[in-house]
Design a protein around this ligand. Structure first.
Ligand SMILES: NC(=O)c1ccc[n+]([C@@H]2O[C@H](COP(=O)([O-])OP(=O)(O)OC[C@H]3O[C@@H](n4cnc5c(N)ncnc54)[C@H](O)[C@@H]3O)[C@@H](O)[C@H]2O)c1
Length: 419
């Protein structure tokens, strides 16, 4: 069993820490956020899929969190799980990866296995991480230490596929590097999949996310013309998905959220444009279609009110579910935010209900949170189901509402308008 240091204790790093500790590794978590470190050391989780009990069990198995990078000096394995956001000037922001690399390089020892899990553009491990590690430490990758890329494939809230039963893709700088990383993951993941090198592993992750992004854009574009042609797209997808081969169902919605779908494909398209000078057209088109869905939903809401002679200005609109996925609290890039912004610009009075979101701000102003769901559904001029949390019985809510707009296609009865 290894001495493991995980850098970045968020949605990716923390579940990894839990699984590795369960497998018997000695785990230390390194994070720059003092609140995260203090919370974990007090046995509190800040990640949806983990309970306080998971953190406490991991603590009992020896886990501790720290902001002190000197822990890297005694690590056999260091896994980097820091954020890779999109910068304000429209490019990849590898600041956290570079900073983690600097911390590792200052403490790197012979024989350590360094693995990058953060989603990033092809070439990052070899062209950004490797020189940063080698230059400062004086050690050479593949000779003095091992270096690999292994993308995280976590799907928050997924009850079927977790870390253990989702195959782990591994790309090593050398074959020996890949084997060293696989030996570690093999202690708690059922199967590993090798790629030829680090670039293939980096690109595999981006292909997975781009595939979803593009297929969601396909049905989102279809949703618009199917509505005008009076075709029920949900019924179309249901019928098409009975084909036992060659088709995978994707569903339209009010827009895409989280990090993987709206942000990660940009890492690929930006890289293609920067290196080769031409666009990755599929990604750019999907981005355009998916990012205009909140405005389209606002437009449909306005038409719904208009059809019964109610002006959107001053209309009471209740948004149900404002997170980016059902049954979790994560609001990153949630399409509910641009949707609320569009409705606000039309003059609507917006309130929201979400069992996972105690307070929600738009342009720095706190939106009214509804506690009595039944009363609020009856009172609103229009209810929009933005995220279908398990707590919602959409058909029942639609029956009680004056007008109900279902952007998730889950209602079956009369009284509901589907996207
Ligand atoms: N959340 C997901 O579902 C998911 C799935 C697959 C891949 N990813 C990728 O994994 C990576 C991490 O994502 P996440 O969702 O866990 O992020 P997160 O924001 O939940 O957590 C990142 C953590 O890293 C810490 N951090 C930032 N800079 C640091 C530094 N220099 N040193 C130490 N700690 C630092 C932050 O304080 C934070 O606690 C990203 O590249 C993301 O694209 C995320």
């Amino acid at each position: 069993m290894a001495n493991l240091v995980i850098i970045g204790l968020g949605y990716v790093g923390l579940p990894l820490a839990v699984e590795a500790a369960r497998a018997g590794h000695s785990v230390v978590g390194l994070d720059i956020d003092r609140n995260v470190v203090e919370g974990l050391n007090a046995g509190r989780t800040h990640v949806d899929d983990l309970a306080d009990a998971d953190i406490q069990a991991m603590r009992e198995a020896g886990f501790r969190a720290t902001t002190d990078e000197s822990v890297i000096a005694s690590a056999d394995i260091v896994v980097i799980c820091v954020p890779t956001p999109w910068s304000d000037d429209g490019g990849p922001d590898l600041g956290a990866v570079r900073s983690a690399a600097g911390a590792i390089a200052r403490k790197l020892c012979q024989g350590t296995v360094v693995i990058l899990e953060s989603t990033t553009y092809p070439g990052t491990t070899d062209e950004v991480l490797r020189p940063a590690l080698e230059d400062e430490s004086g050690l050479i990758a593949g000779r003095d230490f091992h270096l690999a890329f292994s993308p995280e494939r976590i799907d928050p809230g997924n009850p079927t596929y977790g870390m253990r039963n989702t195959p782990k893709v591994i790309g090593g700088y050398t074959e020996a590097c890949a084997k060293a990383a696989a030996e570690f993951y093999g202690t708690f993941v059922e199967s590993v999949v090798y790629t030829k090198g680090t670039r293939e592993a980096e690109t595999a992750k981006l292909l997975e996310n781009t595939y979803r992004h593009i297929n969601i854009a396909l049905v989102n574009e279809m949703a618009r013309f199917c509505h005008e042609l009076d075709i029920d797209l949900w019924d179309v997808v249901r019928a098409a998905s009975t084909k036992p081969f060659g088709f995978q169902a994707f569903y339209p919605g009010p827009g895409v959220g989280g990090h993987c779908i709206p942000i990660d494909p940009n890492y690929l398209s930006h890289n293609v444009r920067a290196r080769l000078g031409y666009p990755f057209r599929f990604v750019e088109l999907a981005q355009e279609i998916n990012s205009t869905m909140p405005a389209y939903v606002a437009h449909r809401a306005q038409n719904l009110l208009n059809s019964v002679g109610v002006a959107t200005k001053d209309a009471h609109i209740l948004l149900l579910g404002v997170t980016y996925k059902p049954n979790i609290a994560d609001q990153r890039e949630s399409p509910a935010t641009p949707l609320a912004r569009h409705l606000h610009a039309l003059g609507a009075k917006i309130s929201y209900h979400d069992p996972y979101v105690p307070s929600w701000h738009l342009n720095g102003v706190q939106l009214a949170r509804v506690d009595d769901l039944d009363a609020a559904v009856k009172d609103a001029d229009l209810v929009i189901l933005v995220q279908n949390h398990a707590e919602y019985d959409a058909d029942q809510l639609a029956k009680r509402a004056q007008r109900f707009f279902d952007t998730r296609g889950v209602t079956t009865g009369e009284g509901s308008h589907r996207l």
